[in-house]
Design a protein around this ligand. Structure first.
Ligand SMILES: Cc1ncc(COP(=O)(O)O)c(C=O)c1O
Length: 458
């Protein structure tokens, strides 16, 4: 039985893959047993969902005839199982730290499958990237000098991208304006140990339209680089492909109906991730590839005619549907005649929309420890708080109506937490151990069981 807690009439039930829906609807007692054994919160991973997400993006690219390279933005989740799934399915990995690089290498990624697009690389990280032959996106003229300083005297050419800061991002600290890219190109003319592979950018937000505009700016730099004698072969558009966490119509209705009374804070947050956007990641990619650049040429036409490959580093979109986070309810405290706070074992650092100081607008799922009574009970109105002493340690500031009264020992499951929400901020506050993360798999009879999610586990 799957019980959604929600604002009555304006629910935001999560979109679920069938494996997840099946686990929640049919294997509540397994989940309760796992939470008892491994503790709360418990992060559960389905790496094969990443393979499906990759296939959908690759399908859109193959259909357009554009050469491409998809790198999984490994920053989105600490799971080695997800990295392994990305490599297995043919993706590369975008590593943002020495540690992500080492894990990817131990899982079998060679330089041809690695890119490092992060902005603040240390010299040790640079050295290991160079040793492995990974593609490096250079964020600034300063980084270019640092990279040159770590290159061995007789190195083969090290592939690099130059990261553009598109003109509508002038306040961003990431990348460089077009004139600084041209300055870097001039510097590269005298440096045979580096080879220009192309131009990179990554934009915040989730609009394909901005990427198409930025691609036009990158195209001008490709032309300029060719004029200077370089042979660039790719444009890299970074990440930012969307995830549809909830049904778009329910989402629109929810936003239209919500008021400050729906939040324990008495305030509607200023902005939200577009949880119920109208485009899937592959729709987004189709729209981007069909966007008109100039003289009626689409992005796909431009890339094919220029013999350029389209690279990208989706994080969230590849982690879509790969994980859930399970919390055990530790106390239900009355706050007034009709309102309660539900405390869970765990904190908002383990399941919240950390990225936007906003609200994770997905209804949690209530898994009762005992069979719910068949007779109807009045719904219980509550918000959900973590176990720390911080007033802001709240998993849901939204008042939620629980159709069956929750009890201590029941579970609350936050679905689709694989993209940043699950482990971006998790820590050992109050000396609570780090939450366990395990991979779900099935035996021959379709019975789910857990296996470790470590680099060593094969
Ligand atoms: C340079 C770069 N590339 C890719 C990504 C992945 O973005 P997303 O998870 O939105 O796809 C990020 C995220 O911040 C990033 O900074």
């Amino acid at each position: 039985m799957t019980l959604h807690c929600q604002k009555a009439g304006h629910g935001l039930p999560p979109v679920l893959r069938s494996a997840t829906a099946n686990l929640l609807a049919r294997h509540g007692s397994l989940l309760l047993g796992w939470a008892a054994r491994y503790g709360s919160p418990l992060n559960l991973i389905w790496p094969e969902a990443l393979e499906d997400n990759f296939a959908a993006l690759q399908g859109a690219l193959t259909e357009s005839g554009v050469q491409h390279a998809i790198y999984y933005g490994a920053k989105v989740n600490k799971s080695p199982g997800l990295m392994r799934a990305a490599l297995k399915t043919g993706a590369g990995i975008d590593v943002s730290s020495l540690y992500e690089l080492r894990d990817a290498t131990r899982l079998g990624a060679d330089g041809a499958r690695l890119v490092a697009t992060g902005p603040a690389k240390t010299s040790v990280f640079h050295k290991e990237l160079v040793d492995s032959g990974a593609l490096i996106s250079v964020d600034s003229p300063e980084e270019l000098e640092d990279l040159i300083n770590v290159l061995p005297a007789k190195a083969g050419p090290q592939p690099i991208l130059l990261r553009l800061r598109p003109s509508d991002q002038s306040k961003s600290r990431f990348g460089m304006p077009a004139d600084a890219i041209v300055q870097c190109l001039a510097r590269l003319l005298g440096e045979s140990r580096l080879r220009l592979e192309g131009v990179h950018f990554h934009l915040s937000g989730y609009r394909w339209e901005n990427r198409a505009a930025a691609l036009s700016e990158a195209a001008d730099l490709i032309t300029e680089a060719r004029r200077m004698g370089f042979t660039p072969r790719m444009i890299d558009i970074g990440g930012g492909l969307p995830v549809q966490y909830v049904d778009p119509v329910s989402y629109r209705n929810h936003l239209a109906a919500q008021t400050s009374d729906d939040y324990r804070t008495g305030k509607v947050p200023e902005s939200f991730y577009p949880y119920g956007g109208t485009l899937s990641a592959s729709d987004w990619l189709h729209s981007f590839l069909k966007a008109e650049m100039h003289q009626g040429r689409t992005v796909a036409d431009y890339l094919t005619r220029e013999g350029l490959s389209l690279a990208m580093e989706p994080g969230r979109a590849l982690a879509d549907q790969t994980a859930i986070t399970v919390f055990k309810i530790s106390r239900i405290k009355a706050l007034g005649p009709d309102t309660h706070v539900i405390f869970v074992e765990g904190s908002s650092f383990s399941a919240c929309e950390t990225w936007f100081a906003s609200e994770f607008l997905i209804d949690p799922i209530h898994v009762p420890a005992a069979r719910p009574p068949l007779s109807a009970t009045p719904p219980v109105r509550a918000y959900v708080a973590g176990h720390s002493c911080l007033d802001e340690d709240v998993l849901s500031n939204r008042w939620l109506d629980f159709p069956v009264a929750p009890e201590v020992g029941d579970l609350l499951v936050f679905a689709n937490t694989g993209g940043y929400q699950m482990d971006l901020l998790e820590n050992e506050f109050h000396r609570h151990p780090m939450p366990a993360r395990l991979r779900i798999t099935e035996d021959a009879e379709g019975q789910p069981y857990l296996v470790p999610d470590t680099v060593e586990e094969v």
